[in-house]
Design a protein around this ligand. Structure first.
Ligand SMILES: NC(=O)c1ccc[n+]([C@@H]2O[C@H](COP(=O)([O-])OP(=O)(O)OC[C@H]3O[C@@H](n4cnc5c(N)ncnc54)[C@H](O)[C@@H]3O)[C@@H](O)[C@H]2O)c1
Length: 338
């Protein structure tokens, strides 16, 4: 079977993960970054053509099937829409965009072009997350009552000073977009849509470094009656401490924890036990800091399965939009009680 052909826009930290998976499972035909050295370096490493002008790449590389969007959050919509208008499919890094309007435009353009939009939410493939999702689908925990999400990470001044877009409202959008959108996605995926929320957000320890909050507390009510809280911060001293989700159901309690939802920390379920979890991948390691579980291989396997074998998208544009909508609700709620 002929391999799918990809190009990447944005040749920064996460692009390397994409390039690695594309080279393994498909073909990488071109890469693009406005910083020439980054495009050239990634191009050299994977033996592919570098561009500094995205429009030029889209016009010249007619033989491509999919564009992988690895640019800053605030450019995802623009880069995706341009790709759809040229007839390409899109794999878009998280968050899908940083406004609900932009997500709508991406979905609209994908439909218009009859192309597919994949949103990268690789935490859905973490073994304990897969197991909890399955337990919920099988109604093992009974009626779900409440939920608690803790996101206790560290992002220090160097993290922000080394980037020209992280920490800005226009291109980053907020810690719930860049650090914690995976976690919000899991709330939506497991428990459904959010009806109401109340939130306090504050910038307590990154005052001259970022244009938005560095911590927050949120109270949620879901449409299905589940209530919950989110406590998030990038002020965990010195290093990431915890990324955890606890679900309380009528017939079971489960806590997935570790630093990045990688460990099954607690389970007590009536007549059922989650067992034999496969080992997970390590976290993405960016030198000075670590991120979520490095499951981009699963994301790309899904892309190929959908485009070659008529499979079902792991995280589609509608779900990507829902995460952005919930984050937007939280930020709107926090502004209303400042
Ligand atoms: N799935 C995950 O776990 C994960 C992890 C890290 C980052 N991300 C996401 O990936 C995206 C990139 O993050 P990163 O950490 O790699 O950032 P980065 O700053 O290292 O890389 C972004 C690159 O985009 C380039 N760029 C900016 N404007 C451009 C334009 N107009 N055309 C072409 N290139 C342009 C920059 O020069 C930079 O090299 C973000 O949306 C981030 O949220 C996802």
């Amino acid at each position: 079977m002929e391999r799918l052909k990809f190009a990447i826009v944005g040749c920064g930290k996460i692009a390397d993960r994409h390039a690695e998976q594309i080279s393994d499972l498909a073909q990488l035909k071109a890469v693009c970054d406005i910083v020439e050295a980054r495009a050239v370096n990634l191009g050299k490493k994977y033996g592919t053509k570098p561009y500094t002008d995205y429009d030029k790449m889209l016009s010249e590389e007619k033989d491509i099937d999919v564009i992988s969007v690895c640019s800053p959050n605030g450019l995802h919509a623009k880069h995706s829409v341009k790709a759809f208008r040229k007839g390409f499919h899109v794999v878009c890094e998280k968050p899908m965009a940083i406004s609900v309007f932009d997500c709508g435009e991406m979905i609209k353009e994908a439909e218009k072009a009859n192309r597919r939009l994949f949103v990268v939410k690789q935490n859905r493939y973490n073994p304990p997350v897969v197991a909890l999702k399955q337990a919920l689908e099988d109604n093992r925990l009974g009626k779900i009552l409440s939920v608690q999400l803790n996101c206790f990470w560290n992002r220090n001044p160097e993290y922000y000073s080394q980037s020209d877009w992280k920490g800005t409202l226009k291109l980053d959008g907020g810690t719930l977009f860049t650090q914690f959108s995976h976690f919000i996605d899991l709330l939506y995926w497991m428990l459904g849509d959010v009806k109401h929320c109340h939130a306090y957000t504050r910038n307590l320890n990154h005052k001259d470094q970022i244009e938005f909050e560095d911590c927050g507390v949120v109270i949620l009510e879901f449409f299905n009656g589940v209530i919950g809280t989110i406590n998030f911060t990038i002020n965990s001293f010195n290093k990431n401490m915890e990324g955890s989700l606890t679900v309380f159901g009528e017939s079971g309690t489960v806590k997935i924890g570790g630093q990045y939802l990688n460990e099954l920390e607690y389970q007590n379920i009536k007549d059922y036990r989650i067992s034999d979890l496969p080992p997970g991948n390590p976290p993405n390691n960016y030198g000075q800091y670590t991120g979520s579980m490095s499951n981009h291989n699963m994301v790309y396997r899904n892309v190929i399965d959908v485009l070659k074998n008529n499979g079902i998208i792991g995280t589609n544009g509608f779900e990507g939009l829902k995460t952005v909508e919930i984050i937007d609700k939280i930020y709107s709620a926090s502004r209303s009680i400042l």
